[in-house]
Design a protein around this ligand. Structure first.
Ligand code: ZN
Length: 192
């Protein structure tokens, strides 16, 4: 690892009691590091890492983007987006597309409508391969969501039936993967 070149990542989770953070690095993928400064969950940061006494540690370089507006407006949605990446990506692995859309979310920091949040989470679930066993979506609509760009969240053409079923499908995926993994159920409706 080159200590001179800062690495970039999004903070997925912080465990203050052990000063450990889970980070999704743009290249190295999901990592757990010891961290003694402060940066909020969801922040896009640059950092360097070094190992001391056998423990990998993070040195913060810069807080590049913090999704404060999203956190203020819809903390549940942000919580689930980060949690999906945490449970869906094994340590040491990088799902590049998931990183890209998560970094987009942090940088864009836009207030998304309820429908846009549905599409975003559905896209993330597809990218991570966290499909629930019970499918509420037809194959065509599943393909449309998989292929859509997060820049065009509001103009995705889904059949009405599938659109109506989308929130239930997402909720089931969240139950099956995020809540079962020990994450708190943020609320019944993440759109809040
Ligand atoms: Zn459909």
């Amino acid at each position: 690892m080159n200590k001179g070149i800062p690495q970039e990542g999004v903070i997925l989770r912080i465990k203050p009691e052990s000063q450990r953070i889970t980070l999704l690095d743009s290249v190295e993928g999901k990592r757990m590091l010891l961290f003694s400064s402060y940066a909020p969950v969801g922040a896009l940061i640059t950092y360097s890492a070094f190992t001391r006494l056998g423990i990998p540690r993070l040195v913060l370089h810069e807080l590049c983007a913090v999704p404060l507006r999203i956190a203020a407006h819809s903390l549940c949605f942000l919580h689930y987006a980060l949690a999906l990446c945490d449970v869906g990506i094994p340590l040491g692995s990088c799902v590049q597309e998931a990183y890209n859309i998560l970094a987009w979310l942090c940088q864009e920091n836009a207030i998304l409508s309820s429908v846009q949040k549905d599409f975003f989470l559905a896209k993330l679930i597809m990218v991570l391969g966290l499909h629930t066993t019970q499918s509420y979506l037809c194959e065509r609509c599943a393909r449309v969501i998989r292929a859509m760009s997060v820049d065009t969240l509001s103009i995705v053409a889904l059949e009405l039936d599938c659109c109506a079923h989308l929130p239930r499908w997402i909720q089931q995926c969240l139950e099956e993967y995020v809540v079962k993994a020990g994450y708190e159920r943020a609320s019944d409706k993440y759109a809040g």
